[in-house]
Design a protein around this ligand. Sequence first.
Ligand code: URA
Length: 420
Amino acid sequence: MNSKIIIEKKIKNKILAYNEIKYMIDSYINNNISDKTMTLFIKAIYNSGLSFNETLFLTDIMIKSGKVEDLSFVEKVTVDKHSTGGVGDKTSLIVLPICASLNIAVPKMSGRSLGTTGGTVDKLESIPGFKSELSHKEFVNIINTVGCVDICQTKDIAVADKKIYSLRDKTGYVDSIPLIASSIMSKKIACSSENIVIDLKVGKGAFMKNIKDATKLAKLMIKIGKYYNRKVICVLTDMNIPLGNNIGNKLEVKEVINFFNGIYDKRLYELIVCLSSYMVSISKKISFNYSKKLVLKSLKIGSSKNKFYEWIKYQGGDISKLKIEAKRIEVMSEKSGYIKSIDASKIGYLSSKLIGFKVKDLNTGIILRKRIGDFVEKGEVIASIYYNKEVDNMISILKDSFKYSDTKPKEKNIILKIIK
Ligand code: URA
C-alpha cells in the first residue's frame, strides 16, 4: 500500500477500505510516515468527510491501537460521562459522587486541559495529595468500595487517537465531525463502561458552534455506540457563557465544595441534575423523572457530598489543605446596565493564559462576580482575577468579555437538546 495513493483517494472524496485506513494509522503510530504526511491525510478527511462505515473503521482501528479495559471485576452497573470540553466545566467532580451515592459505578478516565478548555485531571490534581495515577489494585479497590474513581487517561488507551489528536490540535484540524466522533468514541469504548452520557457543548467556548452540527455529531456517536452495544445519550448544552462562577483549577474545586453545601449557580445546578439523572436513568433502566427524584434526594440529604469527600480521600486528596496561593485583582464595570452576555471564548483564553500551558499554575483563574441578567452600577466589581504572573491586557480582556443592555435579557436554558 502507498500513503500517497490513499491520500489522493480521500482528496477525491472516494471511500476508503478498512485496510487503507489501518495502513495510514499503523504507519503513523509506528513512525513510518511523518507528521507532514499524516496532516495531509487528516486534511483530506477534514475537507471530504468520512462515510459512516469509514468513521466506524477509524474508531475500531483506534480502539485496537491500545488496550481495552477489562471491567469484569466491577460489581455494579457501570456508566461513563464525557464532556466535549468547556470553560469552567467542573461537572465530573459532582456527577460522579452523585451516581456513586446511588449505587452506580463510574470508573472514569479523564484528560488534561486542551486549548482554552480545562481538564478534569488538572482540577483534581489541584487538591493536595490527589493521585490521578493508580495501580490496578487501587483502581479496583476504589471502584468497588467508593463507587467512583477518576484517573488520568492511561497511555495505552486508544494510542492512535492520542497521537492523532495532538497533531490535529497543532495543525488546527479539530472541528471535524467524523474525526471528533471517532476520537471520543474510541476512548469511551476502550474504557468499557456499559452506558455513556455525553455532555456535548455548543457555542462560542466549544468545538461545536451550532446545534445543527452538534446534532449530527451526537447522532453519529450514538450510532457508533450502538455498533459496540453501548447505550449512549447526548445532552447538548450551551457553552456561550462559562459554566458556573469559577474558572481555574483550585477555584473550581472550591465551587464544587460550595455546590455540595447548597451554594450554586443556577445553570450549573440544572446541568448537574440533568446529566446525573440521565446517567442514573440509563444505568438503572428507570424513567428520567424517577432518576431525577433520586438525584435530588441524594443532594438534599447529603449522601453525594459525603461520597465526594470519601472519593477524594480514597484517591489521596486532602481538601482541608486546599488553599489559593495567588494575588487577586478586582475588575470593575465601566458602565451601568444589565449583563447581557459573558463571552466564554474570551474567558477561556484569559484563564488558559493565567494558568499556563507547559507548567501549569493551579492557583490561578477567574471568579465571575456577576451573572447574566444581573444589574450592575458603573464601578461595581464584576469579576476577580487570581494571578501570579500578569497576563498582557488581562483587565481589558476580562472587561471586553462582558456585554451590557438597558433591559433585562431573557434567561436562556443551558440544556438545548437531548438526543438518544
Ligand atoms: N474531545 C476528544 O476527545 N476528541 C476530539 O476530537 C474533540 C474533543
